[in-house]
Design a binder for this molecule. Structure first.
Ligand SMILES: CC(C)(COP(=O)(O)OP(=O)(O)OC[C@H]1O[C@@H](n2cnc3c(N)ncnc32)[C@H](O)[C@@H]1O)[C@@H](O)C(=O)NCCC(=O)NCCS
Ligand SMILES: Nc1ncnc2c1ncn2[C@@H]1O[C@H](COP(=O)(O)OP(=O)(O)OP(=O)(O)O)[C@@H](O)[C@H]1O
Length: 240
């Protein structure tokens, strides 16, 4: 299975690209959705957040107050590190579970939409890394339009992450999302074709479950041949 990391700054268009990938029939795992699931009331991530931030971070209904927590962490690197320490392990474990599930399903290429791909170092585990690129003005205006927030609030969210140009400089592929959604979709189609025909994916086929079974059968066959009677060396082999 070929693991492909997909990232970009906040509101750069990762979800828009993920949607286009799914429309192309590709498998996508969304780390924001994982983070929401593992921090739902009573889950492991929820308990770790409450332990780190106290009951103050809860709504009257007992859920995580995402707006309040967001305000806190996007304005303070110290609080952000505290939240990351609470959430990254549960998010990582759930991600691992989903990757294994896709592996057993023989998914050939798995895209992982992960906002903090470079910040967390997870990019090292990916065969390829893709960055969705927009310029900062566009990022701020799209974020403001989508979330109905002030320019100041949008800027503090943008600045809480590595600059998107630095991410693009580390990418194997860049999707330029400064144009229309249609233009972005056509870049997604080309990317899908390119990664499908990527030669390195043959190695990933080999380490898929059927690939490993074939290798096990092959090794067992070789082993019985080499083992011979009473562990004798294979016929025709001479020790010099
Ligand atoms: C801060 C929280 C409560 C805000 O929740 P909210 O529903 O308003 O936003 P949502 O979860 O949809 O995230 C929106 C975007 O914020 C950015 N973001 C989220 N967490 C972080 C973080 N720790 N540091 C920097 N940016 C972040 C990402 O670009 C993400 O796409 C929430 O994002 C959260 O629990 N974050 C910690 C989990 C995490 O690290 N998620 C990223 C997965 S790699
Ligand atoms: N090419 C585009 N042209 C116009 N608007 C766009 C384009 N791409 C995305 N948008 C809009 O910009 C906003 C942000 O896009 P999107 O939600 O895909 O970003 P994201 O990177 O997934 O955000 P987040 O980091 O918050 O998860 C959305 O309202 C989306 O509809």
């Amino acid at each position: 299975m070929l693991l492909v990391g997909l990232t970009g700054g906040i509101a750069s268009g990762k979800s828009t690209v993920s949607k286009a990938l799914r429309e192309e029939g590709q498998a996508v795992v969304d780390c924001d959705a994982i983070a929401h699931a593992v921090t739902a009331r009573g889950r492991w991530g929820f308990k770790r957040i409450v332990r780190a931030f106290g009951a103050d971070c809860l709504t009257p209904e007992g859920e995580i107050d995402r707006e309040k927590l967001g305000r806190l962490i996007f304005n303070s690197p110290v609080e952000r590190r505290k939240l990351n320490a609470a959430t990254h392990l549960p998010v990582g474990m759930e991600l691992l579970r989903l990757v294994l599930w896709h592996w057993t399903k023989c998914t050939r290429v798995l895209y992982i939409d992960m906002p903090l791909l470079f910040e967390t170092g997870a990019y090292k585990w990916m065969a390829r890394n893709v960055v969705v690129l927009v310029d900062q003005d566009m990022q701020v205006s799209r974020l403001q339009a989508r979330d109905q927030i002030t320019t100041e609030a949008a800027l503090s969210k943008v600045k809480a992450q590595m600059p998107v140009e630095s991410k693009a400089a580390r990418a194997d592929h860049v999707i330029d999302n400064r144009g229309s959604v249609e233009q972005t979709k056509s870049q997604v189609s080309s990317l899908v074709q390119k990664l499908r025909s990527d030669t390195s994916s043959y190695l990933h086929v080999l380490i898929s479950p059927p690939g490993l079974c074939l290798m096990a059968v092959f090794l067992a066959a070789i082993g019985s041949e080499w083992g011979g009677k009473d562990g004798a060396k294979p016929q025709g082999m001479r020790i010099v």
